[in-house]
Design a protein around this ligand. Sequence first.
Ligand SMILES: *Cc1c(COP(=O)(O)O)cnc(C)c1O
Length: 229
Amino acid sequence: MSIAENLTDIRAQIAQLEHANQRPSGAVRLLAVSKTKPVADLEAAYEAGQRCFGENYVQEAVEKHAALAHLTDIEWHFIGPLQSNKAKAVAQTMDWIHSVDREKIALRLSENRPQDMAPLNVLIQVNLSGEASKSGVSLDEIASMAELVNSLPSLTLRGLMAIPAPQVDEASQREVYRPLTQAFLELSQRYDHIDTLSIGMSDDLSAAIASGSTMVRVGTAIFGARNYG
Ligand SMILES: *Cc1c(COP(=O)(O)O)cnc(C)c1O
């Protein structure tokens, strides 16, 4: 199957899940996760109407951003773990970051955001599984991280992101998401501009969309298997 055909399939799957969960049509955006894939694959997806791309590695993200600078309506999302010494490169190139989980990173991103760019859209990454991933704040820490991000002039807090540990079935996947859905609701009551819950990958789209996802991050099902990453 081609990238265009894969995109058609995923879009249909998302539309069907929106409908099944009484979500409005278009409530869930599709982020194409293009890490490790060549620029030609991003161009193919772009040709097929895809505009939001997610990258995990800073160097690779910066190179692809430069290679595709002529496609000015691409929305670039950085979704990988970020070291503070690379925050500047992200601040200078990306439109969104999904993986803010430390004060130092938030400060560096804001300090290094060029004045002539719109504020960087920020999602706070939440660790739902405790041990499975070292990235992300705990549920208890969301409030203080949100307050910090919200106070920084060159960042706009848009919501939350999570990568839960794999579960055995959809019921368990939904169970893991439940406190995150609640935390997202609370955040949206407290701050303006909160509209993005980034959950759902190739393996748990159904549970994520049932749990209120507004952005699913799909790589393999669009671009095929990766050799690394
Ligand atoms: C790689 C990655 C994805 C996409 O995973 P697939 O299994 O290829 O769909 C989504 N989110 C994050 C944070 C990733 O690193």
